[in-house]
Ligand binder design. Sequence first.
Ligand code: F0G
Length: 460
Amino acid sequence: MEFKTIIEPFRIKTVEPIRHTTRAYREQALQDAGYNLFLLKAEDVLIDLLTDSGTGAMSSAQWAGMMLGDESYAGAKSFYKFERAVQEITGFKHVIPTHQGRAAERILFGSVLKPGDMVLNNTHFDTTRANVEYRQGTAVDIPIPEAHQPDLIHPFKGNMDLEALEAHLRDHWEYIAMVMITVTNNSGGGQPVSMGNIRAVSELCRHYRIPFFLDACRFAENAWFIKTREEGYADKTPLEIAQEMFSCADGCTMSAKKDGMANIGGFLALNNDEWANKAKTMLVITEGFPTYGGLAGYDLEAIAVGLHEALDEDYLRYRIRSVAYLGDILTANGVPIVQPPGGHAIYIDAKAMLPHIPPLTYPAWALSLILYLEGGVRSVEIGSVMFGLHPDGTETPAAMELVRLAFPRRVYTQSHVDYLAEVILHVNTLRDKIGGLRIIQQQPALRHFTARLEPLGSSR
Ligand code: F0G
């Protein structure tokens, strides 16, 4: 007999209390935080879905591994364990540890981009885009057109638009420094990229001799979608699928805070000797010696174990199902979300839910505030606050107005998700009463982290 209930494939050894607050308390907390959820105190949040990055629970094997951490400045045993784990999965020649994903991005782009260079991506994550633009490069997003239709169901909505890629390569190849594919496509709804698409992009890049990199943060979740959705992969292990994905690329940037199952860490891995040498020089100047790259030996141990745990089939089945479980409840009750549910998160389509709020008064931001106010739930806006402001100071609406509910790995159980669903369905009944906001203070880049806002209609 095979039972159909998919259970959390772990039991809980350590617990961390979470704290209920009153609605009045949260109202004050929001005001104090300038209506920016990034500026809240985490202890004032009941269920924290701000990010799945660095927020996961480590396993007993990871904690045990940490006790083996070799803290030698150079040539530590922990580095070689880390390097072996990364190479077994990615096959890349050079493995450069960094303190997190954006450090890998900065080191890569800082080593190879010239002003005016272009980087093409299915969709740049915000730090990736910021790092390209910081080097005076141009970050171009070319997802398939289906990616812009939140309610459209497509098995691999994270795919890159091959025609657009070919046109760019043909017309601008001399300015294109590299092509990247982000797996899964975080800013586009946590949507997977098919092996067929990765392979086709790889072939085009080889033809035009343009380096091809993966932004591999959620490589294991992407591998699971390939296994369950793409023909020919059902009998392959997630590890085999991941290896095949990486074999198509010349390198990758990675935040080990996601599918590395660690609280901190990342890496840049690549085959090109010259680029690796440049990157290592930059690493020594700003991160640390190449065998630790800003991490403790024990962090390298945790990642070495975590990378393989992320590829465990029982874990991936539970992981992807627990996100889809919330998606199913919301869909059944008429809450518009990006379809189908992504790997690490549910994205509520605020444009569809709050059509009365114009994009530049930030509907998704407004919705994320109400979810906190009503239920103590913290989410993140992926919309015009995050993406609306351009380097030249102009502001235009983002392609989509989404509220992301990102699931930390191995942290919340099904009753947390049931509570969450109840909060969202309640907020959905209030939707006509939700209003927009204006920004009263902001930074020129990555403004969402620090901006202060006020509800429209309120006076300062
Ligand atoms: N690339 C992608 C696709 C990401 O999702 C992230 C981080 C990064 C790069 C940068 O990695 O945070 O380790 O420096 N995403 C987090 C999130 C922050 O909430 O989605 P990092």
